[in-house]
Design a protein around this ligand. Structure first.
Ligand code: HEC
Ligand code: HEC
Length: 264
């Protein structure tokens, strides 16, 4: 093997670089949040308004994002865990990574902890037992949704929906389901050249084909050359319940959904 004179200094440089880099990484993960000071929390509060309030509410009361006022966290409530949640987002959910520096994320973490201390837990006014009966009966919700592994798969799993969504969000999911549809649940309608139509949630699509899951949970695959049209302007498959359920029934279903907290 040829001895490369250049290799040694380069190795040393690489080693030094690696060490500095590791040190920098460890520094970014202190055990204690050094920004948990009155100034840090205040800066965190304004960063929260910019980056988080549109999902979590101005007071952290929740909305499209989880209620952050209960002091109970599915993804962990220690400084490090909250930091990791906010820094990295929660894969597989709508919770994104944040475009902010590490120091800023520590400030946001310090502010988020103050929200949890308030302990303003929302209380649903409806009757969860009656809501559960409507869910299983008249509402036919289980044809599309699962709770603890039982039910359909057309819509999202609702096992812990009460933790991740606010009461107002749950109500609007029932009354105006088209208001905020997760990208993964956008419905499409395809019309074949022979005039047949099919509607469902788009599972996959490439240049040649498209796959859907229809509301009976059948997987359907179409070759694009057989299609006349693909309509993407269709609202979600979730029916609006504003007219089929009374105001009291809606409150009861919301109370039931709010009680679904999954395993923490
Ligand atoms: C696009 C909407 C959206 C934005 C923006 C957003 N979040 Fe979230 N966040 C969510 C959702 C949805 C969840 C619940 C995820 C789940 O199902 O566990 C969540 C969960 C969390 C959790 C975990 C709660 C728990 O119980 O463990 C924390 C903490 C959190 N968000 C903080 C923040 C902070 C701080 C910001 C701003 C830097 C932020 N989020 C921005 C949607 C959002
Ligand atoms: C025909 C299938 C279907 C039926 C029936 C149905 N849903 Fe849905 N539901 C969906 C789909 C698809 C979505 C996702 C798209 C959206 O957000 O509208 C959804 C979304 C939701 C959400 C929002 C979940 C989240 O975290 O964003 C809630 C809550 C919900 N449904 C509750 C119910 C309840 C309660 C019933 C019965 C009263 C019901 N659904 C009946 C298909 C259905």
């Amino acid at each position: 093997m040829r001895y490369d004179l250049e290799a040694k200094p380069r190795m040393r440089f690489l080693l030094r670089f690696a060490l500095t880099f590791t040190a920098a990484l460890t520094c970014a993960w202190p055990q204690q949040n050094t920004f948990d000071t009155p100034e840090g929390r205040q800066e965190g509060a304004s960063l929260f308004q910019t980056h988080c309030a549109y999902c979590h509410g101005a007071q952290g009361e929740g909305g499209r994002g989880a209620d952050l006022t209960s002091g109970v966290y599915k993804h962990g409530g220690s400084d490090r865990e909250l930091y990791a949640t906010i820094r990295n987002g929660i894969p597989g959910t709508e919770m994104p990574t944040v475009r902010a520096t590490d120091d800023e994320v520590w400030k946001i973490t310090a502010f988020v902890k103050t929200l949890g201390a308030v302990g303003l837990r929302e209380t649903a006014t409806g009757d969860p037992a009656s809501g559960k009966a409507i869910y299983a009966g008249k509402g036919r919700c289980a044809t599309c949704h699962s709770i603890n592994g039982e039910g359909g798969y057309v819509g999202p799993d609702l096992t812990s929906v009460g933790r991740s969504r606010s009461l107002a969000y749950l109500m609007s999911s029932l009354v105006t389901p088209e208001a905020d549809i997760a990208v993964t649940y956008r419905a499409v309608e395809v019309i074949t050249k022979s005039g047949k139509t099919a509607r469902g949630i788009r599972l996959n699509e490439d240049d040649l084909s498209i796959q859907l899951r229809d509301s009976e949970a059948n997987l359907r695959s179409f070759l694009k050359e057989d299609l006349k049209e693909i309509r993407r302007d269709k609202p979600a498959l979730m029916p609006a319940y504003g007219t089929t359920l009374s105001r009291k029934e809606l409150d009861d279903v919301v109370a039931y959904l709010n009680s679904l907290r999954g395993a923490l």
